[in-house]
Design a protein around this ligand. Sequence first.
Ligand SMILES: Cc1cc2nc3c(=O)[nH]c(=O)nc-3n(C[C@H](O)[C@H](O)[C@H](O)COP(=O)(O)OP(=O)(O)OC[C@H]3O[C@@H](n4cnc5c(N)ncnc54)[C@H](O)[C@@H]3O)c2cc1C
Length: 504
Amino acid sequence: MERVSRRNFLKASAMTGAALMGGSVFIGREQMAHSSQYGEIELPVDKIPIVHEADVVVIGGGPGGFGAAIRAARTGASTILIERFDMPGGVHTSGLQGAWNPGVGGVHTELMERLVKEGHVYTITEKTHPDWAGNPLSHYEAGRKPGSAFSRSTFNPEAGGNVMLAMLREARVKALYNNSFVGVRMKHVSDGDSAIEAVIVQNASGKQAIKGKVFIDGSGTAEVVARAGAPFVRGGGPQPSTVASDGQNRPIPGGLLWIMSGIDFDEVTLYQKSKNDPTLSKLISAALAAGDIPSDLFRPRLSGKCVYGNLYIGHPTLDINPIQGPGTFIFWENVPYEWALHMDDSAEDEARAKAAMREFIDAEARFLKKYVPGFKNAFITNVGRYMGIRDGRHPVGEYVFSMDDALSKRTFPDAAVKPMTKVFHWDCYKPHTFQVPYRCFLPKTVNNLLLTGASMSFTYDTLFMVMRNFPWCMQTGEIAGFAAAQSVAQGIPPKQYKWTTPLF
Ligand SMILES: Cc1cc2nc3c(=O)[nH]c(=O)nc-3n(C[C@H](O)[C@H](O)[C@H](O)COP(=O)(O)OP(=O)(O)OC[C@H]3O[C@@H](n4cnc5c(N)ncnc54)[C@H](O)[C@@H]3O)c2cc1C
């Protein structure tokens, strides 16, 4: 956020009533930093109507924002949720990643149970899919012993969005869909900190302002943090030498998910076995030789271990997982890691990613139908509404949780959760037991903003993959929502709220 001059600030603070003075206060710092070769234009000062006011305003309705809004409302705060798409759920609904997990407590358990009860969960086992465990095409079960017992459940993302929408309504959250958060209006408070007075949204009516006492950043990419001028670091870190020889800082790539129906998987496995082609590499080579697929569609895995070797950064795109019902599978289309795109703050990168991934999806679908037995009658049914970002901005909060905290089993007086045992992909899946302090929810310099979901104050190696998973994001959402409502009830900013007892 560009700082307002003292004169403008006083003028703006003195305003009451139905409009906020606009101008440069609404322009995010990052946007300002992107100067253009074509120069700039100046717009007249805007008057933006204040259309809503609430105790707690949550920006973004993904797992983090959803959990936060429900918990804040249930704790007694009037709560507004701002979401740019037509339903809540983020990566897991609009982004199609309908991975179902057993409940970990709180709202997550309620949601998982309700999805089962309403018939939106599809489960496969070794009985329904005897050739699935150990199959190299399986995103999740590829590493299992062939023929071993397993159970894999997914929920229908569209139906899941409807259930989440209903849960917000039942909790009396005022959810504003098709509203994009585009800026903040700040005010100065004591000790050199600032506070958010209102957020600005863009919707069918134009620009509107929404005032609140406490705000929660559930954008998944710390967008509120960035617009409010609070500190953050870019994603990316030490990369394998084969990738980073040019010295570029590469974020862990994002991905666009898509769904295909009409697949006869028995026919696929018959081909894999009879032609001794478990990875379909013979068919891929034939398609490449015929010029039917781009050379970077199916990228080779990197040779390193863990994250670099077999997951995400180097993972090829022919990974699938059953979803919704028989013959329907979800596919991963990852951005090639070499491209080093920052899709969370560069319009050019975001547009390039979505367009390029759609071209990849088109090429992959045509390849599958033409070359792979079992896909002859298959068709694309969904493409995610947005590219999922795995490694965006990482806010620098009052405490930054690092691998060292996990490895040293550090305990904290303000632990927000009981000790958790989790495996970190970065650490080659070794289990670690650790706590997370409430200070990880508090960005520096803004005293009435809380963090949640993938926008927490964690180093990127701890965030990836464990601390940004769906269940954990919903728990951090509830912690933020609870702290927000308690702060409002006590008439203090979340920075002054004393967290004493773990919530989960
Ligand atoms: C491709 C991919 C695959 C994944 N697979 C798994 C998996 O299998 N299992 C698992 O547990 N986790 C998985 N994850 C991780 C997990 O999905 C995310 O970390 C998690 O969804 C983050 O939750 P969130 O609420 O912070 O953000 P998101 O889920 O990204 O939700 C953010 C929400 O905020 C909204 N929003 C953003 N900006 C604005 C704005 N300006 N105005 C209004 N609304 C806005 C978005 O529309 C979205 O609804 C995956 C992530 C990705 C990207």
